[in-house]
Design a protein around this ligand. Sequence first.
Ligand SMILES: Cc1cc2nc3c(=O)[nH]c(=O)nc-3n(C[C@H](O)[C@H](O)[C@H](O)COP(=O)(O)OP(=O)(O)OC[C@H]3O[C@@H](n4cnc5c(N)ncnc54)[C@H](O)[C@@H]3O)c2cc1C
Length: 386
Amino acid sequence: MDFGLSDEQRMVVETVRDFVERELYLHEDEVERLDDVPKELAREIRRKVLDLGFYAANIPEAFGGGGLDHLTFTLLERELGRTAQALALHFGRPSNILCACNEEQRERYLLPSVRGERLDCLAMTEPGAGSDVRSMKTFARRDGGDYVINGTKHFISHADVADYAIVFIATGSEDTPKGPKQRISCFLIDHDTPGFTVRRGYNSVSHRGYHNCILDFDDCRVPAGQMLGEEGKGFELANTWLYATRLTVAAMCVGRARRVLDLSAEWCATRKQFGQTIGKFQGISFKLADMATEIDAADYLTLAAAWKLDQGADANRECAIAKLFASEMLARATDDAVQIFGGMGLMDEMPLARFWRDARVERIWDGTSEIQRHIISRDILRPLES
Ligand SMILES: Cc1cc2nc3c(=O)[nH]c(=O)nc-3n(C[C@H](O)[C@H](O)[C@H](O)COP(=O)(O)OP(=O)(O)OC[C@H]3O[C@@H](n4cnc5c(N)ncnc54)[C@H](O)[C@@H]3O)c2cc1C
């Protein structure tokens, strides 16, 4: 077992941390206030990351990306987690499901995304189908050489700034031991396709400036060539490419929690009450100790899951464990941090309230904590069931 980082991994961590601290921290308050990332700033961040050579670091070198392995990419995400999600978006990590593009799709979607010319978003969730993905209602009906799509997706992150959407849509149904379930296919749909509209969704307390959107399909006609992968195999495609995104969530939670710990420690060492710094009160300093312990635990779980993925092994259970623990750890850490800061912890003048609000969504998106527990417990029990 080797817990050391390679020279390349150390370089990635140092470069990304430096970029985040120097180029992104200074815009956090503005993004929070505007609930938006100004277009010019978004462009500027993308340009700088391209110059740095870190854009699309998750995509294989064969497609022009950085080709980082899971472990190194997880380290990168950990550093990005220190800053606002809305700013980190423009660091540019196209969805790796785009690697399933055929040659023609590669030219129109994957390669421009790797070059920072086009931005994707990914749409699975619907008002009536959240955790139960296979109950989705959005349907694509075959009509000659086209598909005609009707339905609505909601909660779709940053669809308002994306150029196209990777959309999961039912194209039929099948009987399963759990009753009839939708057969799902995946489509690449450009934002200017007639019958497809994107509108701003709900106002979320988490991650200001990182908008969730509603996608409406009203007799939206797309050629069959817009399908990503095979007909009816969208669920398998998602399972192949997307379960590693849970590691991204875990890594970002670890990065954010480390920043929260740094800020809390600084406050403990400077804020005085009853004639001494509050860090001298054991009730306060022990919170720092618990935070540090849980952050390290989440960090090791996350890196171990990434390492296992790099061995080509099935790491479904490990990714779920990392996401579950890291997101719940962040909730405890941010809550303790607010307590350490006292009243100031709740004020918009401090970043703590933001971290506390932002932490809430991590237990919900990319599969809720309950769904992660399902995945883990199913993996434990399956071998024992006849
Ligand atoms: C800010 C934000 C951004 C998002 N971005 C995207 C995006 O870009 N693309 C996208 O496709 N989706 C996105 N989502 C959707 C997200 O993945 C879903 O919110 C999540 O999967 C949960 O679905 P739901 O909200 O409908 O909750 P539900 O599925 O309705 O769940 C409600 C509650 O019931 C529990 N529950 C449900 N089923 C079970 C079960 N079998 N056992 C035990 N408990 C269960 C859940 O854990 C939860 O506590 C986003 C969500 C948010 C909040």
